[in-house]
Design a protein around this ligand. Structure first.
Ligand code: DGL
Length: 269
C-alpha cells in the first residue's frame, strides 16, 4: 500500500476522541481512520502518571499494528502526561499544542480558562504553554472530573439537571474570572458544549481540543506529503476494549456521520 493510502490512527480512553474523528472525516472524507477507545479502562484522568503512560503505550502499540501513517492522541490526559518520545516512533500529535495555538489566536482580553481532567490540570501543560506563547496571559484552570463519566453514560443534554448543576459548580469560578476563551482541554467536553456554553455565556469562545487536534493532523499529513488523494469513501473503523453495543449506545448522540462505522471489540493488554 502506498504511504498516502495508509490509515490514520486515533485513540482516547473512551468516546471523547470521536470529536477528533468527526473533524477529520469532515476535512478529509477520503481517509481511512482506525479509532481506539479504551472503554474498559476509562477514565484515565483519575489515574497516576505511571498508569496513564502504560495504558497510552498499549493504545499506541495497538494502532501501530494497522500500519497507520499518523497517530493522534485525542486525549488531553495522555497528551499532557506522557511525552511523545515515551510512546514510540512515528508521526504523532497530541491535543495540547493545537488547542493552545487556537486559544492564543482567539483571545482578545488575554484571559483564558482551561478545563480538563484532574491529571491534565495537575500537569500544568496547557497553562505553561499558554504563558510561553502569550506572555502576560491570565490563566484560570479547573479540573472537572465528573464530566467524563457523565458523557460516557450519555448525560449530555441541557435538559439533564444533574449535568447542569455539576457544570455550574465547576464553571462559575471561570465565568467570574471573566475569561473570554475557554479551552475544553479534555476531548469529551465538546460533547457537552451546549451545557458549557449555556453557563459561560455565548460570548465566551470555546476551543475544542479534539477538533483542533484533527486540524493539526491535517496540517501534519499535508506537510509530510501523506494526504490521501481519495476525496471520498474513507472507511472509519472503531475499536473499543469494552462492549461494542455499549459503545454504540453511549456514543449515539455524536456518531452522526459515523453511523456506518464498524464497531469492533478488542483486547490490548
Ligand atoms: N478524553 C480524555 C481526555 O481528553 C478523557 C480522559 C479520561 O478518561 O478521564 O482527557
Amino acid at each position: 500500500m502506498t504511504d498516502r493510502l495508509r490509515p490514520i490512527g486515533v485513540f482516547d480512553s473512551g468516546v471523547g476522541g470521536l470529536t477528533t474523528v468527526r473533524e477529520l472525516t469532515r476535512l478529509l472524507p477520503g481517509e481511512d481512520i482506525i479509532y481506539l477507545g479504551d472503554t474498559a479502562r476509562v477514565p484515565y484522568g483519575t489515574k497516576s502518571r505511571e498508569t496513564i503512560k502504560r495504558y497510552a503505550k498499549q493504545d499506541f502499540e495497538f494502532l501501530k499494528r494497522f500500519d497507520v501513517k499518523l497517530i493522534v492522541a485525542a486525549c488531553g490526559t495522555v497528551s499532557s502526561t506522557v511525552e511523545p518520545g515515551e510512546l514510540g516512533q512515528g508521526l504523532y500529535t497530541g491535543v495540547i499544542e493545537p488547542a493552545v495555538e487556537a486559544a492564543v489566536r482567539a483571545t482578545v482580553s488575554k484571559r483564558i480558562g482551561i478545563i480538563g481532567t484532574s491529571a491534565t490540570i495537575r500537569s500544568g501543560s496547557y497553562s505553561s504553554l499558554i504563558k510561553r506563547e502569550l506572555p502576560g496571559a491570565v490563566v484560570v484552570e479547573k479540573a472537572c472530573p465528573m464530566f467524563v463519566p457523565l458523557v460516557e453514560n450519555g448525560y449530555t443534554s441541557r435538559d439533564c439537571l444533574p449535568c447542569v448543576e455539576i457544570a455550574r459548580e465547576y464553571l462559575l469560578p471561570l465565568k467570574e474570572a471573566g475569561v473570554d476563551t475557554l479551552i475544553l482541554g479534555c476531548t469529551h467536553y465538546p460533547i457537552i458544549s451546549d451545557v458549557i456554553s449555556m453557563i459561560m455565556g455565548s460570548e465566551v469562545k470555546l476551543i475544542s481540543s479534539g477538533g483542533e487536534a484533527g486540524r493539526r493532523a491535517v496540517r501534519l499529513l499535508s506537510e509530510n506529503s501523506l494526504l490521501s488523494d481519495k476525496r471520498e469513501g474513507g472507511r472509519v473503523t472503531l475499536y473499543c476494549t469494552d462492549s461494542p453495543e455499549l459503545f454504540r449506545e453511549n456514543a449515539r448522540h455524536f456518531l452522526e456521520g459515523l453511523m456506518d462505522a464498524d464497531i469492533i471489540g478488542c483486547s490490548i493488554e
